[in-house]
Design a protein around this ligand. Structure first.
Ligand SMILES: [Zn+2]
Length: 110
């Protein structure tokens, strides 16, 4: 475990729910934190490692809150890449279903 520097927290706005990263973002929409010229982090990963410690190698951090710039460790869950992809597909499907309420899902089709 380690203490996150003030420069990190200066870029975080805590809401009642998520801790939102307000600093730079990478092209995928994840918070980007530059620790040094040679060490760059995704902000949520640094927050997780600093407060929870390293998760098992090879796992990815899934945002259970579905907010990509959230850095709150208890909103992050280490999962396999396959599980992360599966969850992303489920969320996409849910969003599409919500956007098109008149189209029945496959389960409802006669
Ligand atoms: Zn969150």
């Amino acid at each position: 475990m380690r203490t996150l520097p003030a420069a990190f927290w200066a870029r975080v706005t805590k809401t009642d729910d998520c801790w939102l990263w307000t600093g730079a973002h990478d092209r995928d929409g994840y918070g980007a934190y530059t620790e040094s010229r040679t060490k760059k982090w995704r902000a949520h990963r640094l927050a997780y490692v600093a407060m929870r410690g390293n998760h098992a190698p090879g796992l990815e951090l899934d945002h259970r809150c579905e907010v990509r710039n959230c850095v709150r460790p208890d909103h992050l869950e280490p999962v396999t890449h396959a599980e992360n992809v599966r969850r992303a597909a489920l969320r996409r499907r849910r969003l599409q279903t919500a956007a098109c309420p008149d189209i029945p899902s496959a389960g409802q089709a006669a």
